[in-house]
Design a protein around this ligand. Sequence first.
Ligand code: ADP
Ligand code: ADP
Ligand code: SF4
Ligand code: SF4
Length: 611
Amino acid sequence: MVRLAVIDYDSCHPDKCGNMPCIRFCPVNRGGTIAIEPSEEKKGKPVIYETTCIGCGICVKKCPFEAITILNLPDELERNVVHRYGVNAFKLYGLPTPIPGKIIGILGRNGTGKTTALKILGGEILPNFGELDKRIEYDYVLRRFRGTELYNHFKELVDKKIRVIHKIQRIELIQRYVRGSVREALSKIDERGLLKDLVDTLSMQNMLDKNIRELSGGELQKLAIAAALSRQGDLYLFDEPSSYLDIKERLKIATSIRDLVPPNTKILVVEHDLAVLDYISDYVSIVYGEPGAYGIFSKIYGVGAGINHFLQGFLPAENMLIRKEPIRFLEKEALEESSRLSEKKILVSWSRLEKKLGEFSLEVEDGEVYRSEILGVLGPNAIGKTTFVRLIAGELKPDEGETTSIGLRISYKPQFITPSEIGGSEDDVVEDFLKKKAPELLNMESWIYIDVTRKLNLHKLLQKRLGELSGGELQKIAVAVTLAQDADLYLLDEPSAHIDVEDRITVAKAIRRSVENKSIAAIVVDHDLNIIDYLSDRIIVFKGEPGVRGYAESPKGLRKSMNSFLSMLNVTFRRDPKTKRPRMNKPGSYFDRLQRELGEYYYTPKEEVFE
Ligand code: ADP
Ligand code: ADP
Ligand code: SF4
Ligand code: SF4
């Protein structure tokens, strides 16, 4: 076994932990050999020597902030070390091999090295193979990869035969570096003469004359993708292309990436929306390991089988269990109107409603929300979803129609979150912020501590500052704070943004536990179709013209609502027979034609007949 010791230095605070118990209690240190000691380089924080540490795990238990991870990994893995960021830092094993003319999807938890791998394959990071004392040059890199499938890739990189186009994950950085209007920015880089096509397929007409500084998240994402596709490259890297986009836009970017990258180029896509990943990719590589500590890239699997292995938590080619529990999409009650809910009590009901707000008008069909229900919402941005919830909660008075309840308390998580948006500041320490906003999350006796704080791993973030958190970490805090409020109705707008598939499922379960324990309800807006399918009892579909006119149907069972929504988008989905996850049919394929004929755009109770 090889020892791996990783310290999360953002969580390590020697001034707060009671005189460095990690060092004081180390049995190796007590015996006179040094395994862990304060380091000047780390400003007095500890370093662990992996050669002398015996892996007893005492320091892990003694650290009150869970800053230390100690693992014992199999020896043979060491042959595959590709990179380590430093002493006691994250370690990456293996890389996916790009294949000309094919799209490789990358699927795995946040913090397991996906971005690192893209940067190495794109030549932005020189891999050091974990040899931290060595000065590494590309000659050495080539020697290390000789005889492997990756050799040719790195040889081309060294010979400057590859031009890399990287659609970065953090698109907000574009606003810092690029000035002027969208049209100006795109015209400058339109190397492939695709500008007109891109503007049409990605529906960018209305944003062309906007200044880049004024763009919304979704508009920035489309700009970033259009910019990448406008340029002529040999290796295209798309890091999370679907964030901030609604379902219709997600389908458009998936089709554009498939259709518009130049032929025979290499393409890698990191994506957490399984429907998008499934549609875009030819193959997938799964990254597994311990977030923040190490990540291992799997062999390459065919896309359908690979996503299924990931959901089932077992990789057959590696003979590796990557998760104890499979993720199951249930063919639940939702096949027809949910029978589970008919016995339940109504939380709020409403007649047909109308409301005008400035230039925007909303029409809502009659309906009701039951206690303990999760109502999924499908529809584009600015179509009146928030207005609808404020109407049924009695915060806004309708122009026409009425609701049975006024004064329902809403706990709301907005779509875009920043520290200030959730009522804090960049410098707030997470623990202090939670004490102020939602102390129940810190009460170890409460169900919410067990079901939410620990399940979402928030207890490991307590000593960090809000400004240091990743987008996904901040999202999980925002969801937890929303669920911890005393309320009658939760409204969560896009809780899946920036978080990985596992956390999306954990968040869905946390929402479920919260509504059931408190016997209240949640309305969840999300653009990840798999997640809406996973968590919703029923769904409301919003149609209309964003910013102008919204129309909300009555809440219905999954099949009817999805049918209504997908027929509008003109795409069909089937269920995977093994994992029951929804999969988009390729246009014109056998299932696509058959389901259109049957008028079943989602899936049909009869589908077993033709699976
Ligand atoms: P992913 O893309 O899968 O979320 P990343 O490749 O961004 O993962 O990061 C993997 C791990 O490496 C994370 O724990 C991150 O904190 C760490 N890491 C990333 N960049 C650096 C760096 N420059 N120095 C030290 N650690 C880093
Ligand atoms: P969603 O939640 O679907 O994104 P909202 O219900 O927040 O949409 O808003 C729908 C539309 O109504 C948007 O174009 C928004 O700008 C507009 N709107 C919302 N509140 C007001 C208001 N108080 N006055 C004028 N327009 C508003
Ligand atoms: Fe010391 Fe055990 Fe921690 Fe290693 S794991 S540093 S031996 S306490
Ligand atoms: Fe203190 Fe934990 Fe840091 Fe050790 S790792 S110095 S116990 S905060």
